[in-house]
Write a protein that binds this ligand. Structure first.
Ligand code: 5GP
Ligand code: MG
Ligand code: MG
Length: 174
């Protein structure tokens, strides 16, 4: 995606891409111990749409984190505020994110979840903004790679607004 123009990804584009991801993930997880773990709150919309497109059995679960200090303290502490309900030991875990930006939240989550010894642990994100990465994190499935712009819609918010919008678009950060 060119970095000069504002990001705008339409509903049919998002739906088609999520359908393709669903097919790819269904091929990769054919033998069924899959736990789809979505990160609240932003990944909820993506999680619903993606899991509807899976043709393999799965268990859906959620977790929430908060990052203290926000962008002013990019290395600030990350903490789980709502943990998974499932025991992931020996399971295949697919972590769903709305967007991977600095990678800080994800790197913390991957370390924490890996310690529980899942059979496998991979990441699927609707959006990837590699231009803002601070820590390198492995991301197996990416919906759209976007330039360094603040985006809303499809679950992504700006001050809790815009989550329900069925398109992804750049806005001026607050
Ligand atoms: P990280 O910087 O740790 O990779 O991303 C942490 C979280 O910040 C993301 O999961 C997302 O909830 C939020 N975030 C990062 N970039 C954006 C963005 O461009 N738009 C919105 N709405 N949220 C973002
Ligand atoms: Mg998120
Ligand atoms: Mg947010």
């Amino acid at each position: 995606m060119p970095s000069d123009r504002p990001v705008h990804i339409t509903r049919p584009e998002v739906e088609a891409r999520i359908g393709a991801l669903g097919k790819e993930i269904s091929r990769d997880y054919a033998d069924g111990r899959l736990v789809v773990a979505a990160v609240l709150r932003g990944a909820v919309y993506f999680a619903v749409d993606l899991t509807r497109r899976l043709s393999v059995p799965f268990t859906l679960d959620f977790l929430a984190i908060s990052r203290f200090g926000g962008t002013a303290r990019p290395h600030g502490v990350v903490r789980i505020t709502k943990d998974l309900d499932e025991n992931i030991y020996g399971r295949d875990v697919l972590l769903l994110e709305d967007i991977v930006d600095t990678g800080l939240s994800l790197s913390y989550l991957l370390r924490t979840l890996a310690a529980r010894e899942p059979a496998s642990l991979k990441v699927c994100t609707l959006l990837d903004a590699p231009g803002r990465r601070i820590v390198d994190v492995p991301v197996e499935y990416v919906g759209f790679r976007i330039p360094d712009q603040f985006v809303v819609g499809w679950g992504l918010d700006a001050g809790q607004s815009h989550r329900g919008e069925m398109a992804i678009r750049a806005v001026q950060p607050e």
